[in-house]
Design a protein around this ligand. Structure first.
Ligand SMILES: Cc1ncc(COP(=O)(O)O)c(C=O)c1O
Length: 439
């Protein structure tokens, strides 16, 4: 960042508030319009970020949870720039370009589901809309009464109006009755902390799903394998398999929201590979271009596509859908993940981090639960204030984390070295102890 740019971030460009303080023109996502609090970053490399005061922190947020291989991966940046120079984009509804074909075929190879087709959009929210749109086309052909959906109350599926209606989280702007779809929400009942991934919670959720599918017009079940914004919650072992079985019993479609968990985050290319579940539709996005540009995708099983009304089009598309440059960046990301063994690294690194955090923090004052799935790790504290304080102290110590309510979420990149893992654990443990001791 040049010193001119930096001055601009600090002081705005001439506009002043009532007290004469300079105001920046920037409006941020998920913040009040004039809220410019928080660190200002100027550089990122590997697992590290640098803020404008020169303070270096381990990026345990992987950008916006999407820089899975670490910042500044040259082959991905090079592939993106080379494609931009050759052919940035054509309208994929009119014509075709090679990079999108190559990416779709590359994704089919890694998923190993022969009968899949890949549709591209830009954001995770759009991928969810696309998947839900395909599901509703399916039901229009198969049984037009089954338009309702089932989703987790604490699920988060994005920020478009439909996605907000699907999510049950108050903080993401859900207004009851909003949107055109009727949603029945699954809950964890009275289960909290480690209880949320217990056998009893598994039985409770499965029974609730069965009763919802038996007693409503719901034909589609939408689930995140790890509830990210809802509190970094790991689902009970075996639940996804149960959900698949119950969906099959009632002929319902299973749509997985792997926007966060897809592309290696949990130590498998996709989280549903762990239990060997085959979804009907999978939406994914984060990690697909390693944060170089926006891209999301939906993998649609032929079982769904073959039942769409004859001659039916896929009712979705954007100006930048399947952009050649974005697809080239994504193919280079797949190649980089394969070449560096990032998926296996995420599994091993996640297991080491979880083991160390459990050893140091489980059962200690202020800590409700420690859990994780690959490189998605949660330290649940006894309130959002505590989580916020821990996050601030940890930042000063040298790591950048993400607060989800009472939980401090760690989602570092897979390039984390052993020494960086130790540092990250050390900062977090010190942060929790300091905050709890000071109360
Ligand atoms: C599980 C999940 N679904 C959907 C989304 C929405 O993706 P986007 O912000 O790219 O629209 C997110 C974003 O954090 C997510 O974590």
């Amino acid at each position: 960042m040049s010193s001119g740019d930096e001055r601009e971030v600090r002081e705005g460009r001439g506009e002043r508030d009532g007290r004469g303080k300079a105001v920046s023109a920037l409006g941020r996502p998920w913040r009040a319009p004039l809220d410019h609090s928080g660190p200002v970053f100027v550089a990122g490399r590997g697992a590290w970020l640098v803020d404008r005061s020169g303070h270096r922190v381990i990026d345990a947020t992987s950008g916006a949870l999407n820089v899975f291989c670490g910042h500044g991966v040259e082959p991905v940046v090079d592939a993106f720039l080379a494609q931009l120079r050759t052919l940035a984009h054509v309208d994929m509804a009119q014509g075709l370009a090679g990079p999108a074909h190559r990416l779709a075929d590359g994704l089919r190879d890694i998923r190993g589901h022969g009968g899949e087709r890949f549709f591209f959009a830009n954001s995770g929210s759009e991928a969810i809309e696309l998947a839900v749109g395909l599901a509703s086309r399916y039901w229009a052909a198969v049984d037009e009464r089954r338009t309702d959906m089932v989703a987790f109350e604490r699920g988060y599926h994005g920020s478009t109006a439909l996605c907000q209606a699907l999510s049950g989280l108050p903080q993401t702007g859900h207004a009851p009755g909003q949107g055109s779809v009727r949603v029945h929400h699954l809950t964890f009942g009275g289960f909290i902390g480690a209880g949320q991934r217990s056998e009893a919670a598994r039985a409770y959720i499965t029974a609730r799903l069965r009763s919802l599918l038996a007693g409503s017009a719901a034909g589609t079940v939408l689930i995140e394998p790890f509830l990210n914004v809802g509190g970094g919650i790991r689902l009970p072992e075996g639940l996804l398999g149960d959900v698949r079985r119950v969906c099959d019993e009632y002929g319902a479609l299973l749509v997985l929201d792997e926007v966060f968990t897809g592309m290696g985050r949990t130590g498998a290319w996709f989280a549903h590979e762990h239990p060997g579940v085959r979804p009907d539709l999978t939406a994914f996005s984060k990690g697909l271009t390693n944060g170089v540009c926006a891209l999301s995708a939906v993998a649609a099983d032929r079982r769904v596509l073959d039942r769409l009304p004859a001659g039916s089009i896929v009712p979705y598309g954007h100006t930048m859908s399947a952009s050649a440059a974005a697809c080239a960046a994504a193919s280079a990301t797949l190649e980089h993940i394969r070449r560096t063994g990032a998926v296996e690294a995420a599994r091993a690194s996640g297991a080491r981090l979880l083991g160390a955090l459990e050893r140091e923090l489980s059962g200690t004052d202020g800590v409700v639960d420690v859990r994780g799935h690959g490189l998605a790790l949660s330290v649940e504290l006894d309130g959002p204030d505590c989580a916020g304080s821990v996050q601030r102290v940890v930042y000063d110590l040298g790591a950048y984390t993400r607060q989800q309510g009472s939980t401090v979420l760690l989602a570092p990149p897979a390039c984390l070295s052993g020494a960086e893992e130790e540092r990250l654990v050390d900062h977090l443990v010190t942060g929790v102890r300091k905050v709890v001791a000071a109360r």
